[in-house]
Write a protein that binds this ligand. Structure first.
Ligand code: FES
Length: 86
């Protein structure tokens, strides 16, 4: 179990090992989607990349990037929220 600190929202939430970052954000009222993502997201299927968030610290606590993440992302510190585990 660990904590996720959503810096911009100044909110810290508790997450079990293996928790889904996108779902933890949604459960805690944190909107990670921009305008396009609100309308066109894939619902967490890993197909659209609209749930991208920046990890400012604690990258060592996350699961390794998947092939999908690697293909979508250009910066190593930015990851797809649905695919990471705290
Ligand atoms: S919601 Fe589509 S990849 Fe995250």
């Amino acid at each position: 179990m660990g904590n996720i600190n959503f810096v911009k929202e100044n909110k810290e939430v508790v997450a079990a090992d293996g928790a889904n970052l996108r779902l933890k954000a949604m459960e805690n009222g944190i909107d990670i989607y921009k305008v396009w993502g609100k309308m066109m997201n894939c619902g967490g299927a890993g197909q659209c990349g609209t749930c991208i968030v920046e990890i400012t610290e604690g990258m060592e606590n996350l699961s390794p990037l998947t092939d999908v993440e690697s293909k979508i992302l250009k910066k190593s510190r930015i990851i797809i929220a649905l695919l990471v585990k705290p």
